[in-house]
Design a protein around this ligand. Structure first.
Ligand code: SF4
Ligand code: SF4
Length: 62
């Protein structure tokens, strides 16, 4: 499982809900998801970031 970042608006909600501190941001915008940290919450991820994004910018890639 990997998470693609599309058009991030830099609101920060995803990193607020991520229990793994796996979301790396620069200038507010998501630049990378640390997949190693994310996987600690299951092979499918916890998906909290995807659900939290009001812009649909995070997309699960199987
Ligand atoms: S799926 Fe969960 S652990 Fe992985 S980056 Fe999103 S919020 Fe963090
Ligand atoms: S919740 Fe969505 S728009 Fe906000 S910082 Fe995260 S990816 Fe970007």
């Amino acid at each position: 499982m990997a998470i693609a970042v599309l058009s991030c608006q830099g609101c920060g909600r995803c990193s607020q809900v991520c229990p793994a501190d796996a979301i790396l941001r620069n200038g507010g915008k998501v630049v990378k998801i640390d997949e190693g940290k994310c996987r600690e919450y299951g092979d499918e991820g916890c998906r909290k970031c995807v659900e939290a994004c009001p812009y649909g910018a995070l997309v699960i890639m199987d």
